[in-house]
Design a protein around this ligand. Structure first.
Ligand code: HEC
Ligand code: HEC
Length: 311
């Protein structure tokens, strides 16, 4: 119990760059009618290997059938950095992007992803813009939507699509009062709050608004040797010793569909991820009933974006 209280005091002190909003608030489907051309153009680009010159596509790594993530510990084959793929659903609700919190805007993130995942970093954009100019269909759609093809417009359409990928769940309906959680899920939500998960996984995205250490109470990497660069987290962004092993708290929305878990995919099931979190972050040994209840709650966070935005 003492360890648990220590964690609750320590977490707010240690978190960096917080955009804290403690309460979990419900989300709703966005109104995309005013930006429908931009969003649908972004959808086409997201699914089209034309964005890269090597057969990759955004959708090839962010699989909608797996909650917008990729079901493999260190990501998709031929991915630039060997790290677990996070979901693109609800991503616009985060305050930073990537596990280590590297990116501060979605535009900056898409710009760099196109460069990093293409064959050549320096010429990626020049070649992409040429491919789009040479494509009769895209040329027409960009002209109608933006007047012309440019880097700015490509980024805008993809980001508008990302912003549209909001996926409300049963839990949101529960908060709004229109549907009820099962008794198990409700108990799980109470435990999630009482045990202190909510001190990190908070706000409308149930995460995604603070960067904190992993292993607050027990060493997360005790049995992992050797560590690799991805394990250093926010240190890779700032170079500051005190940011070693700091990570953006991920959103738990859709988490039941995005196994495996953590930046290194080290938990293959949600039960294991919950058990590990309780032990490493809060110093708690949960019993199977606690874990099952919390998993039920997490399952109530699954939802899909608007059907016209799906593949
Ligand atoms: C080759 C696989 C691959 C491709 C292609 C790819 N991604 Fe990703 N994506 C990843 C990985 C891996 C990460 C996590 C990287 C990290 O945290 O270091 C990621 C992270 C993200 C994130 C951050 C999520 C968050 O909440 O932190 C978003 C958003 C995203 N990708 C969108 C896109 C879009 C849009 C495209 C196409 C322009 C794209 N991705 C192409 C593998 C890929
Ligand atoms: C001190 C802050 C903190 C606390 C407390 C905390 N978490 Fe986490 N949680 C994190 C961070 C940071 C990560 C990402 C770890 C990584 O990158 O490997 C994470 C990851 C997760 C994941 C995996 C998400 C994914 O997409 O891979 C789950 C599930 C999870 N937490 C559930 C919980 C539960 C349940 C509790 C309470 C028992 C809890 N967390 C308590 C900070 C916290």
């Amino acid at each position: 119990m003492i360890k648990y209280i220590v964690a609750l005091i320590v977490i707010p002190i240690f978190s960096v760059h917080a955009r804290e909003e403690f309460a979990i608030t419900p989300i709703s489907y966005p109104d995309i009618s005013k930006k429908i051309d931009q969003v649908m153009l972004g959808k086409s680009l997201f699914n089209d290997p034309i964005l890269f010159d090597n057969g990759k596509s955004c959708a090839g790594c962010h699989l909608f059938s797996y909650g917008g993530a990729f079901p493999s510990a260190l990501g998709a084959p031929e991915q630039a950095r060997k790290i677990n793929v996070p979901t693109v659903f609800n991503t616009s609700l985060n305050f930073r992007w990537h596990w280590d919190g590297e990116y501060k805007s979605l535009e900056e993130h898409v710009d760099n992803t196109i460069k990093i995942e293409s064959s050549s970093y320096d010429t990626a954009w020049e070649l992409l813009l040429q491919r789009l100019e040479d494509n009769v269909n895209y040329k027409k759609r960009f002209k109608q939507t933006y007047g012309e093809i440019s880097k700015k417009h490509v980024l805008n359409s993809i980001v508008e699509y990302e912003k549209a990928l909001i996926a409300p769940s049963l839990f949101d309906d529960h908060l709004k009062g229109s549907r009820k959680l099962s008794a198990d899920a409700l108990r799980g939500f109470h435990k999630f709050q009482r045990y202190g998960c909510i001190s990190c996984h908070q706000g409308k995205n149930i995460g995604g608004n603070i960067i904190v250490p992993i292993g607050v109470i027990n060493n997360f990497f005790a049995t992992k040797k050797p560590l690799t660069q991805i394990d250093y987290g926010h240190y890779n962004v700032t170079g500051k010793e005190r940011h070693k092993f700091y990570f953006k708290v991920p959103s738990l929305r859709n988490v039941a569909r995005t196994a495996p878990y953590f930046h290194d995919g080290s938990a293959e099931s949600l039960e294991k991820a919950v058990t590990m979190m309780a032990f490493y972050q809060l110093g708690l040994a949960l019993d199977t009933k606690d874990v099952a209840d919390i998993v039920s709650f997490l399952e109530s966070l699954s939802g899909d974006p608007l059907t016209e935005l799906m593949e």
